[in-house]
Design a protein around this ligand. Sequence first.
Ligand SMILES: [Zn+2]
Length: 410
Amino acid sequence: MKTPYPDYEDVMRECREIAASDPTRVSYSEIGKSEEGRPLPLLKMTDPAVPDREKSVFLLSGGTDGSEEVGRAVALGMARALLAPERRALLYRQVVLVMPVTNPDGCVRNQPDREGNAKGIPAAGAYPDDGPPLTAEARAMRALVDEWIPDAHVDFHGLAGGSMGDCEFLYPTVNSKWSIPVLMDIVRAIEEAGALAGFPQQGRPRLWTEPRHNLPGWLARNCSSVCMVLEGTENYYPIEDSVRSGVARLLRFMEFGDSTDRYFQDFPNYPCDVVSGGFMAALMPYGQTYEERRRCRRDISQMIVQGVPWFERLACDRDWTAVVHLPVDDSVRTFPEGMRFKATIDRRAVVKEVLWQDHRLEPALWRQALTPAGIVVTADVPEPPRRGANQLKIRYEVPFRRHVEPPPEK
Ligand SMILES: [Zn+2]
């Protein structure tokens, strides 16, 4: 029986309509085929006035679990909403990739509580870390994200009939590389936007900290992308309200990639926020363009799957050395071409030199800024790390003695 939600044929027709309505900013393509040979449609939406390499990339997918229909409706609603004149800036500063149906065979079957594809494999297990994707759909999605390395990704699901009941819910996908405070800023903003539109979230967001072998989990772990699964209601609200709620929440998320001070890549700890020593040091992507930094972010993320950088301070009277250690073990296969380090040291410090391994970095490669937390030193290392131990050292002086001189002996 036909439901109020767009079925596969509706999605294909609407995608072509949306692309035809604004050929300058929307392009339609098919990124591959399902197990049963159904095309996987993609809408690439962006303003061509700015080259793609200078923009953030946001990936929105829907229709991932066959019986969850609202994601397809929200993805199409979002694509239409992005073309409104008041949203010009969004597409000026980012590339938005919309995949309204990533599981066409499951969509065509549309059996209650059946999530999987034609072979019964759900997307939730189709993206292992140690091998190729398990389904035709997942292979196509992996090729897409390998090409674009999204800065942010939302997979839009629906909870109707599931164990949670019919409600709106939010699952931010987090791993140790991402700064949880930054992620929670985005989560709060999304919740607030939903509530303001008249659709408050039901229950607290549930952080996914354990490894998830779906696409958001794979992207968060292997590329340090900002990823979430959003759930929409299917029976509780009429379809128009479900779409309004989904679009309000997604637009708020995309606004983080929109304004010049909040591009996804300009977050203070974006995005390989490898923290230790109480947020004192971070490892970040290096590169001239957004695209170069995206590739570097992926390479750093894959490099540090095993080893985690750590931070220490070595003191010797007035002379101090702050050291960021980056261990690279034998399992690492991907080396970034360069890296950016950030470390916070004493507010009163006078930095003398910065060293990578044992050679001095040219002064043009590092800079310092006084912040309320201390002096933040940012250093660009334009070469790959080596296997084994790596060290960035900051040598500095503080204008006082650490130890009180003992009284002279009588
Ligand atoms: Zn689902």
